[in-house]
Design a protein. Structure first.
Length: 282
């Protein structure tokens, strides 16, 4: 192959690569742009609008944001969401890391069966078990309380266990053996040796689980129907009525909901990539 032909092939490959990146960016950014533009429009503009990407007449129209924040009870919703996030993420980290520690460091009967059951549980659609789950939650008296979603979220998923497991496998067993010679029991080893070394994995799990819980609509809507127990996802549902929806206000509320998640993700995104990369190579 001549140098000219090779240069042409490389140029074509480079063009296709950048074209695919531009296309992917448009797929991600266009819906966000449509939501933002809609949030700045009045109800009359929405009625007369020719499309979601039409520009608003007043770029300083923040009345929809005020309405969404006040009528949607966003302050209370943020408080409820923060409460659920705190306990759910803490429980996920503790349960997930302890489970991974037990699977990797201990030998017990039916060990492979337990790991297989974790995988099988992820293959079962959650909707198919909601009747039984609802009855169990209701029998514990947690229905219409903030503890219902917390209990459900704390049932850690296989992804969190897998992330912790990969990091624990990279911790030398000799550290455990040295601690045992000093008289440390299994829990002391986990608390003083294993858990402090799991900081990158913990950061990864916190971000992934936090975004999942923050954006979840189904569980809060089903288990916390009271208006004073709304989360940031269910609070937007107040603007959906039987005769239509106030999309300009819903869009403003969506922007308010997106901003904290976007800021946290941009600030901590390196932990997500590093966590997955290190976990995959250990």
């Amino acid at each position: 192959m001549s140098a000219h032909t090779a240069h042409g092939v490389n140029r074509t490959a480079s063009t296709l690569r950048y074209a695919s990146l531009v296309a992917a960016s448009l797929v991600v950014l266009l819906p966000l742009a449509a939501v933002f533009l809609t949030s700045l429009k009045s109800a009359q503009e929405m009625a007369d609008s020719d499309g979601a990407l039409t520009l608003p007449h007043d770029w300083l129209n923040f009345g929809n944001y005020v309405t969404a924040f006040e009528d949607g009870r966003m302050l209370s919703a943020f408080g409820n969401t923060a409460f659920i996030l705190l306990f759910s993420i803490t429980g996920t980290v503790l349960i997930g890391s302890m489970t991974a520690y037990a699977i990797d460091r201990f030998t017990f009967r039916f060990k492979k069966l337990v790991v297989a059951l974790f995988l099988i549980a992820t293959l079962v659609p959650g909707v198919t078990t909601q009747v039984a789950t609802f009855q169990i939650v209701n029998s514990f008296g947690m229905f219409d309380t903030r503890w219902a979603p917390i209990a459900l979220y704390m049932g850690t998923d296989i992804v969190s266990i897998y992330i912790f497991l990969q990091f624990i496998r990279g911790i030398p067993i000799s550290l455990d053996e040295s601690a045992r010679l000093d008289g440390a029991n299994a829990f002391t080893i986990y608390r003083k040796i294993i858990f402090p070394l799991l900081k990158p994995a913990i950061a990864t799990v916190v971000i992934i689980k936090g975004i999942t819980v923050y954006n979840d609509f189904y569980i809060p809507f089903l288990y916390m129907p009271s208006d004073d127990l709304g989360t940031i996802s269910t609070s937007l549902f107040r603007f959906k009525g039987p005769f239509g929806a106030h999309w300009e206000i819903i869009s403003a509320g969506a922007v308010l909901v997106i901003l904290p998640t976007l800021a946290v993700f941009l600030f901590l995104q390196r932990y997500i990539y590093n966590g997955f990369t290190r976990g995959a190579t250990k």
